[in-house]
Design a protein around this ligand. Structure first.
Ligand SMILES: Nc1ncnc2c1ncn2[C@@H]1O[C@H](COP(=O)(O)OP(=O)(O)OP(=O)(O)O)[C@@H](O)[C@H]1O
Ligand SMILES: Cc1ncc(C[n+]2csc(CCOP(=O)(O)O)c2C)c(N)n1
Ligand SMILES: [Mg+2]
Ligand SMILES: [Mg+2]
Ligand SMILES: [Mg+2]
Length: 315
């Protein structure tokens, strides 16, 4: 792409996504400026996605843009942060035509509007490899109030929002390995819903929290390690959608199937710890408890199980 084309395209595709934020300088400067917000900390998170690793080859470009934003907002949600802005780096692969680039930008724009944040800057490059993009998301929390992974205390209960397992079954559905009547599982895989609605509740009551991206077991293990406590997870309590419950009934080894649902990831729900005295909030399920000790103990089908890795890993 010639220089003129590259910068013309940045202006055409991405300037609308700044949504008029003055700190973006219309995407014409070397950098952006973020004014401080009194009494607040800026929470910063970054996740990348790669074609064939995070979404199927041939996925619609608008869905890629939306998923990229949503997985990052999920981390802000778990930290009880209020989304404020983001930065985008995108590497266009060969064959990703101008129409595809426009659709990627339109998808991202639609969700920036939905979640009320602005694009303040980024970088646009080309790649001989697969589509790759990364987004840095920024959000505000009252000073010192980001919910950490490290605050779980013995006696706390472990709770998870929504349902677990639709992400991994949705990928099975998209790749044709299971039937998905009505397409709900595939929809949940393609359109994670960042749980920004939980902000007040987490700020008020959670001692620790994380979003479920790698897999419930792995993400709970992160909380146990960071907090220096032991966590006991009971997969028989796993909250399941109708589709996941139907799938589970058909599995020959229920314990192994539960471990799969709790290790597959792509759920983008929030798992948190709350003191035992706090009433279980609506929409949350108690899946375990915190004790003194270290690491994770997992039960399924009424007996202890070896959870293995418990989540997705790249290396
Ligand atoms: N390349 C890297 N450079 C610096 N820090 C990194 C890098 N990769 C990961 N981290 C840091 O490691 C920690 C864990 O990152 P991780 O990506 O596993 O968290 P996550 O975003 O919650 O999970 P997921 O990536 O599955 O959505 C975070 O503090 C993250 O900033
Ligand atoms: C095509 C395809 N194959 C597999 C998966 C599953 N997957 C890939 S990375 C990841 C963890 C979160 O990402 P990260 O830790 O890299 O931020 C998960 C659950 C997928 N989403 N799409
Ligand atoms: Mg990450
Ligand atoms: Mg993440
Ligand atoms: Mg996370």
């Amino acid at each position: 792409m010639s220089g003129a084309d590259e910068f013309g395209e940045i202006a055409r595709l991405f300037r609308p996504l700044t949504r008029g934020d003055a700190g973006a300088f219309d995407l014409l400067d070397d950098a952006a400026v973020i004014p401080q917000r009194a009494g607040h900390d800026l929470v910063v998170t970054k996740d990348a996605i790669v074609e064939g690793v995070h979404f199927p080859v041939g996925e619609k470009p608008d869905l890629i843009g939306r998923k990229l934003l949503r997985v990052n907002l999920s981390d802000l949600a778990a930290k009880a942060a209020e989304p404020f802005a983001c930065f985008l780096a995108v590497a266009w692969p060969a064959g990703f035509e101008v129409r595809d680039r426009e659709r990627f930008a339109l998808g991202l724009h639609a969700d920036l509007e939905t979640f009320g944040l602005a694009l303040l800057g980024g970088d646009t490059v080309s790649t001989p490899g697969p589509f790759t993009a990364s987004l840095t998301a920024l959000g505000w929390v009252p000073q010192g109030r980001m919910i950490r992974r490290s605050g779980a205390r013995p006696g706390d209960l472990v709770m998870v929002s929504g349902n677990i397992g639709d992400g991994v079954l949705g990928l099975d559905a998209v790749q044709g390995r299971i039937v998905d009547r009505g397409g709900q599982l595939a929809f949940r895989y393609r359109f994670p819903e960042p749980r920004l609605d939980l902000r007040d509740l987490l700020r008020k009551s959670a001692t620790a929290s994380a979003d479920v991206s790698d897999g419930l077991i792995a993400d709970v293990r992160h909380i146990a390690l960071a907090s220096g406590v032991q966590i006991h997870l009971d997969l028989d309590q796993l909250p399941l959608s109708r589709g996941a419950a139907t799938w589970l009934e058909q599995q020959p080894d229920i314990a192994a199937a539960l471990v799969r649902l709790a290790s597959g990831g792509d759920d983008y729900e929030v798992v948190c710890t709350l003191p035992r005295g706090v009433r279980r909030p609506p929409g949350f399920t108690i899946v375990g408890e915190v004790t003194e000790g270290e690491g994770l103990e997992v039960r399924a089908a009424g007996r202890p199980v070896d959870p293995g890795q418990g989540g997705w890993t790249h290396v």
